[in-house]
Design a protein around this ligand. Sequence first.
Ligand code: ADP
Ligand code: GLC
Length: 482
Amino acid sequence: MSQVNVLAVASEVFPLIKTGGLADVTGALPLALAAEGVRSVTMVPGYPTVLAALKGAEVVWRFPDLFGAPARLLRGKASGLEVLAVDAPHLFDRPGNPYAGPDGRDWPDNALRFAGLARAAADVARGCLPSFVPEIVHAHDWQAGLTSAFLHYGGERRPGTVMTIHNLAFQGSFPRDVLGPIGLPPNAWSIDGVEFHGSVSYLKAGLALSDRITTVSPTYAAEIRSAEGGMGFDGLLRARSRVLFGILNGIDDGIWNPATDPLIAANFDARRMVRRGINKQAVQDRFGLARSPDALLLGVVSRLSWQKGLDLLLDALGPILDLGVQLAVIGTGERALEEGFRAAAEANRGRVGCVIGYDEGLAHQLQAGVDALVVPSRFEPCGLTQLCALRYGAIPVVARVGGLADTIVDANEAAIGTGGGTGVQFAPGMLMSGIERTVALWRQPEVWSRLRRNAMRGDVSWRRPAAHYAALYRELIDARAR
Ligand code: ADP
Ligand code: GLC
């Protein structure tokens, strides 16, 4: 089987820069693809943390003017990944997160910043680096979406293009007058091009002009073709159904391994579950909860946003606590939700604890110590925290949407009767009944132990998904050669 060369393009890659699951995916997939005969080089913006992490970086290309000033392409390695960083200080050398300044407001020139990323990717795709000429360009989310547009409108010779949707809610929409400055021709302004409801949408560019579209779970791939889940793109996605695929995410099972994880209080595995109790107590201590081994300890690790449905959890808090449940939350995001959880912790000392912030180590500790992890999302393209929970023996309690529906086997009576089940699913809007069922299962220690064993035994690694991506790349290369 011949090697396939892929240029992955993304605005985040773990551990160099991360705000969410996108970074986990782009940081882990290339490593798993190597076993499939795929060499994947990842292009990311040269944010300060990215440049600081690159080892042995060399300048491999210079842009005389990348939307406002000269820029360079640096090639280096970091955390086992081959990285191409777009070193463009006028676009990326800024404080704050990848998209917004320290005040939380999107940078006003995001249209140019991510056009810069895509322009650089398109140049590499066209062969500007003789030592790395990809057969496939794989763009992730709207920030990379223009790559396919630059290739589509830029002449004949180009590699195959794949666009992955991690979240249809982020569409990269900008006013029409960015079209000239980003260097797309006037005919790109069309319903078959980058125009979307009177704006230029970078996501639309990727969806309309890439050879293949993937998203991160089969159920989400179906949901986004409906008016309800399509967020305006359902018509386009229905029209492109034949080239749209849902491939589930995995997690890096080296980083997420309870038997070796250096970030947790006590290592454990399915045969040494007693030691898990040490982690439960550590979480109770850290979150100011009563040290009670018998209380069902429920956890949340999440961005605090409307998507994640955590306002529904706050609304149901009274009845949940009446069941004797404890709650530990780590999250950051919308001010109202942060305040809501702070107030809930204040009002229910010893029973609710929260840490508002982003803390990778604490996320591991929480997964290792809580009995169950609740994910009440309104929509969820895939979701990774429920996969981490499975691996760490925290029973996922999830809304039956998107990738949550695909990754958790509901412990209903039929499943329990046959020794199956890995978690609890509830119909959207039925969080309270999901919690009640979870408490009922918790009160049957043998059933609970079996669920936990099932959860920990499953394969949530990148092995199978990487094989799917590799097959997709090869199919596309074959199709284009015909
Ligand atoms: P999304 O990408 O929509 O935020 P995912 O479940 O796909 O959701 O991925 C979230 C990732 O971010 C996971 O790796 C999770 O552990 C991590 N994460 C989310 N919130 C926090 C937090 N407050 N602190 C540490 N890690 C977090
Ligand atoms: C997005 C989605 C999440 C998914 C992640 C990685 O952030 O919200 O469901 O797991 O991307 O694909």
